[in-house]
Design a binder for this molecule. Sequence first.
Ligand SMILES: Cc1cc2nc3c(=O)[nH]c(=O)nc-3n(C[C@H](O)[C@H](O)[C@H](O)COP(=O)(O)OP(=O)(O)OC[C@H]3O[C@@H](n4cnc5c(N)ncnc54)[C@H](O)[C@@H]3O)c2cc1C
Length: 582
Amino acid sequence: MADQNANSISVQKWAEIFAAALEKQDAASASALFAEAGAWRDVLAFTWTIKTFEGRNDINDLLVAKLADTEPRNWTVEAEPDAYEGWLHFQTRFGSCKGYVRLQNGQALTLFTALQDLHGHEAPIGKRRASGLYDDDDTRNWLDRRQEEQASLGQDQQPYVLVVGGGQGGLALAARLKVNGIPTLIVDRHDRSGDQWRSRYKSLTLHDPVWYDHMPYIPFPENWPIYTPKDKLGDFLEAYAKIMDLNIWNGTEFTAASYDDAQKNWNVTVERDGEPMNLRPTHIVMAVGNAGFPRKPDFQGASDFVGEQYHSSEYTSGEEFFGKRVVVIGANNSAHDICADLVSHGVKPTMIQRSSTLVLRGSTNSKMARPLYSEEAVEQGLTTERADFLNASMPMRMSEQLQKQIWAQVAESDADFYASLTKAGFKLDFGEDGTGLFMKYLRTASGYYIDVGAAAMVADGRIALKSGVGVDRLTETSLIMGDGSEIPADVIIYATGFGSMEQWVERLISPEVADKIGPCWGYGSGTAGDPGPWEGEIRNMWKPTAQAGLWFHGGNLQQSRFYSRYLALQLKARFENLNITG
Ligand SMILES: Cc1cc2nc3c(=O)[nH]c(=O)nc-3n(C[C@H](O)[C@H](O)[C@H](O)COP(=O)(O)OP(=O)(O)OC[C@H]3O[C@@H](n4cnc5c(N)ncnc54)[C@H](O)[C@@H]3O)c2cc1C
């Protein structure tokens, strides 16, 4: 970008001109400061939603619609004097905001803006933290007050927000809401926080490195392993819930809800320790995860099969399968992890790969994430918060282009690794348009394996592979494949993925509400599993939906950390009855 910017204006100068145009409410002059193909991604600062505006015309429309209401002002720049990209700080009528701009030839190629805090309702953290002393005459100490809060929420006091699901997503969001003073209750069907991770297969560790995974407010300690073992994460989450004073009803299933248009709140039924109870929250956040709804094919002859059949979510360890012929259907993360676990227990599993898989070596994954999430980044003073902001600052269409270039390099640098898999008959892809893992994740959250050891086992035959063909039917003792071949089996494990969040809505709220909302996830890339139209943002996640009072939260640990902040701000604005125009 440096060459393209030769003799061009710096961020400092650009921001000065941009701020002056905004001050004058001059949308035309402000949008002319963007490149023809420039994009502006906004998280709440101007739009009260999460939206990307592409091209000068859309940017102009945004400004015409929102400038008067937003009143942006007090712009300052944090960048080297002659830099062509840098940080922006500004205020709006609603709160303080931050931005990041990249210039090309004196025009903005990308601008990212996000609300950080609401005026008069700033989060009590850092310099604004509570003293811990009570200045009333009340003799109740912290413990008394905490116990009273726990006893009353959901009983004499209704929660303003009900978070359904206390996995890492629900906990992160509830922590943000707690800090923001919003009465929040989490319900989770598990008996203990962290059980969702504990219940997964024994050999599981996080596939993302520690620098990517921190929870809000309480980062992992400095000696934390790079790849967190699942039970350790479960224990951390349980401790997190306690330290952050979260209100959780464990052993509680959310079973039904309907929206009361007149009262503007929800009529919710939960079963707490088996007893039905009614709750009346103003908002529901579905944080039920995208891995809770096991998806299993219904093969002809499945009921005739005399062996054992499990979904991957029911698999715990290969220990019990020693001496058995195990077939694993699927070739993504879970299938690989399970096959590797079986191998380590002396089993030679067969993996069935119907269609191609994107594989990325764990070490390459860490290298790719290195500029933002690594020990080196930490040593250079890049905080997790700043890394997240930079990560979010690239609009989706440009991310696709960037990822294409990155994946061409990965294919080249790891050519021997990929050749060894191809030689074993494994079908590989880098996404149907070559945009790789990150975009696949945002499109369908499936179709990939981050290699933590199983790829070598496929390559050297410790994991047998049947590729390019699906299962036709089952017999009493085998699988008959689409090409007529037969694979004898004692055990079949379906690593065939999970249903979507909207299926939860259909089941727990109503098919009408699910229809009204549409898909949750994908950004309309027009690729398999993520049909258009182009949205350029993940559908329905962390922002207002077509159903009043219904929100969705989730994603991986990084997304959950980042977006929980903005979902909490949206709920806070509503809790404080701010006059927002979303
Ligand atoms: C094998 C495997 C490996 C993974 N590895 C990684 C990884 O390395 N890094 C990463 O970031 N992500 C990973 N993921 C994705 C992972 O699912 C998510 O990151 C994470 O679990 C999502 O958190 P969540 O809170 O949104 O959902 P979950 O952790 O799935 O939590 C949802 C919670 O909702 C509760 N719930 C659901 N329905 C109800 C109901 N009706 N009533 C009450 N409670 C309900 C469940 O009990 C559960 O506790 C992995 C997933 C799997 C399956």
